[in-house]
Design a protein around this ligand. Structure first.
Ligand code: ZN
Length: 321
């Protein structure tokens, strides 16, 4: 009986011991720090959250903006550059200006005389030197005739090489005295001249349109251009420059039936701009100095010999020789 009781007690204690052992093996070490297995994940997730504090990088991008402030300032300065060549007189124009037929006449020497007005008596003028005595003019022309010169105009230019000792007689501005004193001598000696006409000089006290037509119709006088207003062409803008040339040409052609092909620069003043515009309207441009011309020189810087009241015959002869 006692033996039966002991066995029963041992069996119960064995069951308790097994139960205790089983319960111990089901646990792992982490469980010791967590109240329940499900609390682990939310905790781990929470530890990854602090990372956003490590990403302050985006604060670096906004700063590099201020560059565009440099652009606006450099723009306004480039303006002053287009004012470089105001009145430089480029005399070294290319000498080669071959025109059809004129090529053969390259290198021809031709005196181009420049007169203005005339008066036998001392002129009542601020520029008395412009008034050559008609008797002096006659003597000068006789010298040319007697020495084999041939009077030519620009209409003869293409045939200049055929002419022996060509000479050109020109009058600037357009004075009534050209008609009164000179025209009779032209008819008397069969002399051809060129008048560079300033259109504004036409009027009741100057040369008249009837005088111009009569002289033109005689075949002894060719009218070329000396602008509308005798303005210094180096001082005006392109529009005015064009007007001074184009309008003069139009009016002279309307009056005489012949359009000018040559321009005498008023006051002998010209520059590169003047020449460039003259090339659009003429075949020839004339200055007011430097002596005997040669056709090897530029057709737009043609030289002339000034003849004034004080020019003696000996001086005249020397200037054309
Ligand atoms: Zn003039």
């Amino acid at each position: 009986m006692k033996c039966h009781m002991m066995r029963r007690i041992m069996r119960i204690t064995l069951i308790f011991m097994l139960a205790f052992l089983f319960a111990s093996c089901g646990r792992n070490e982490d469980d010791r720090y967590a109240s329940t297995p499900y609390e682990v994940e939310p905790f781990v997730a929470a530890t990854s959250v602090p990372s956003p504090t490590l990403s302050p990088a985006p604060t670096l991008t906004p700063t590099p903006e201020p560059v565009p402030t440099f652009d606006p300032t450099p723009e306004p300065t480039p303006e002053p550059t287009p004012t470089p060549s105001p009145t430089p007189i480029p005399t070294p124009e290319p000498t080669a200006t071959p025109t059809p037929g004129a090529a053969a006449s390259a290198g021809i020497r031709i005196p181009i005389l420049m007169y203005h007005s005339s008066s036998e008596d001392p002129p009542n003028s601020s520029l008395p030197e412009l008034y050559v005595r008609p008797s002096a003019f006659e003597s000068q022309m006789l010298h040319l005739i007697e020495n084999g010169f041939t009077f030519v105009t620009f209409d003869d230019w293409d045939y200049l090489y055929r002419i022996e000792k060509p000479v050109m007689v020109t009058f600037d501005d357009g004075y009534r005295t050209n008609y009164r004193d000179i025209f009779p001598l032209l008819k008397q000696y069969d002399i051809k001249i060129t008048i560079f006409l300033t259109w504004e000089n036409i009027g009741p006290y100057g040369i008249t349109q009837d005088m111009i037509r009569e002289m033109h119709d005689s075949g002894l006088v060719v009218f070329e251009a000396h602008t509308m207003t005798h303005v210094d062409l180096t001082t005006v803008n392109a529009a005015r420059l064009r007007h001074e040339m184009a309008e003069t040409n139009r009016l002279i052609e309307e009056l005489t039936g012949r359009a000018p092909i040559a321009l005498a620069y008023p006051g002998g003043r010209f520059n590169a701009n003047v020449i460039a515009m003259a090339r659009e309207h003429y075949r020839f441009g004339l200055r007011a100095d430097l002596g005997v011309h040669n056709t090897s020189l530029s057709d737009f810087e043609m030289r002339r010999i000034r003849v004034s009241r004080g020019t003696g015959l000996a001086s005249f002869i020397n200037s054309v020789s």
